[in-house]
Design a protein. Structure first.
Length: 405
């Protein structure tokens, strides 16, 4: 499966979406919409129980083809074989305790279970049920057996349940289910690697109220973290911003350059380090302990000192199996400045962008970059979403790592 222009591995994928009879069935509507929006062809199967909770007409309208629900009255004489053999992925969301038991036993008394048994495609199951049911030994035994058979699972979340109480068993969010689908169908060229990404602009205190910072929003760093996880990596994101946490990613919140340095150095044994954050070059040398008041006509003087460029340290300590990527956000002499940083900091790659250009860099949902590699190769990546830019960066990382001894 190849990625399209928008960076999603779901483009063109044929996905069977199975919906079983649980109250969370209404969330499968959003799963279907997200899959279609990502370019997938969605074939919905509703069990008899599911139709007590959601209507066929909704899926007919939002999916790629009409709902199928039985083995007997469809246009194809063997619908389960057709669906199972042509699918790139089968998703069951929600999956009830009954579905889990039937799937484990190989029981196929309806279209969905028959399709699950008639496929060699990967299967992603998203269970949803009440806490007592989810924690029952029989259910957990079924889950363990299916995992051992390489069935992918999106575990339920904790939260408010249908009966009004709270606990484990709530269906994973549609965004999480779709993200797991993308990871399954992705290139998996980062599988087994540990990746750390930094994001956002650091904030250096002037006093307890004011800071020195920059215009970085962290969007590119978050797109990099999402892309790395979708390509199979274990990802740590060191961030100064409060954006929604990417699915599957461990987020370490920091504020200052010193805090970011400590966080990155705690995981500096990772295989790939991407310094996408805009780390402050200067900080107040002596931050005030109390808010500086605006009194009289005096204007306070703020003495600055340089922050420590710990990316230099990372480059000096880099092992033969590590890949370190820097960023050069410039407003002039883009290539010259970026090449200087690439050499001076002993990086493997540097991503250069002209943040004074329209639609590029800080605050935008788009970016345009040139990727410069230590071996002298260059790749110009035209304007695109930050996720597209992120995947182009990882394409370069994969090429560089392919040349490692």
């Amino acid at each position: 499966m190849t990625r399209p222009d928008d960076g999603s591995a779901l483009e063109g994928a044929r996905i069977v979406l199975g919906v079983t009879g649980g109250i969370a069935a209404y969330k499968a509507i959003d799963v279907s919409r997200r899959l279609v929006d990502a370019g997938a062809h969605v074939s919905p199967i509703l069990t008899e129980g599911a139709e007590h909770f959601v209507g066929r007409v909704t899926f007919d309208a939002l999916a790629s083809e009409k709902v199928q629900s039985t083995l007997w009255d469809e246009t194809s004489p063997i619908p389960h074989t057709r669906l199972g053999q042509t699918a790139d992925l089968i998703i069951v969301a929600p999956a009830t305790a009954r579905l889990l038991a039937d799937y484990r036993m190989g029981r196929s008394d309806d279209l969905l279970t028959a399709t699950l048994i008639a496929t060699r495609a990967p299967v992603l199951v998203a269970p949803a049920m009440h806490t007592e049911m989810w924690e029952h030994p029989a259910v957990q035994d079924n889950i363990a057996t299916l995992r051992a058979r390489n069935v992918h699972m999106v575990d339920p979340e904790e939260g408010r349940l249908a009966g009004g109480d709270s606990g484990a068993g709530r269906l994973a969010s549609p965004a999480s289910i779709v993200a797991h689908a993308e990871r399954i169908l992705g290139p998996n060229d980062l599988r087994g690697l540990r990746v750390v990404v930094t994001a956002g602009g650091t904030r250096e205190p002037i006093d307890p109220v004011r800071v020195i910072s920059n215009r970085s929003t962290g969007k590119q760093g978050y797109a990099l973290a999402e892309a790395a996880w979708a390509r199979g990596a274990e990802v740590t994101l060191v961030s100064t911003v409060d954006l929604p946490e990417p699915i599957g990613v461990t987020v370490v919140p920091v504020e200052t350059a010193a805090q970011m340095q400590a966080a990155v150095e705690s995981v500096d044994d990772h295989d790939v380090i991407i310094m996408a954050a805009a780390v402050a070059d200067f900080r107040p040398a002596d931050p005030a302990g109390q808010k500086i008041k605006k009194t009289g006509g005096d204007v306070p003087t703020i003495n600055l000192e340089k922050t420590h460029d710990f990316l230099v340290d990372l480059g000096e300590r880099k092992t033969s199996t590590q890949t370190i990527v820097g960023f050069a956000a410039e407003t002039e002499n883009l290539r010259e400045n970026a090449l200087g940083k690439l050499e001076r900091k002993r990086l493997d790659l540097i991503v250069a962008n002209d943040v004074s250009a329209a639609g590029v860099g800080f605050g935008h949902d788009t970016n345009e970059v040139t990727i410069l590699v230590a071996d002298g190769t260059e790749t110009a990546v035209p304007m695109g979403t930050k996720r597209v830019i992120a995947d182009a960066i990882f394409d370069a990382v994969v090429r560089v790592r392919g040349a490692l001894p």
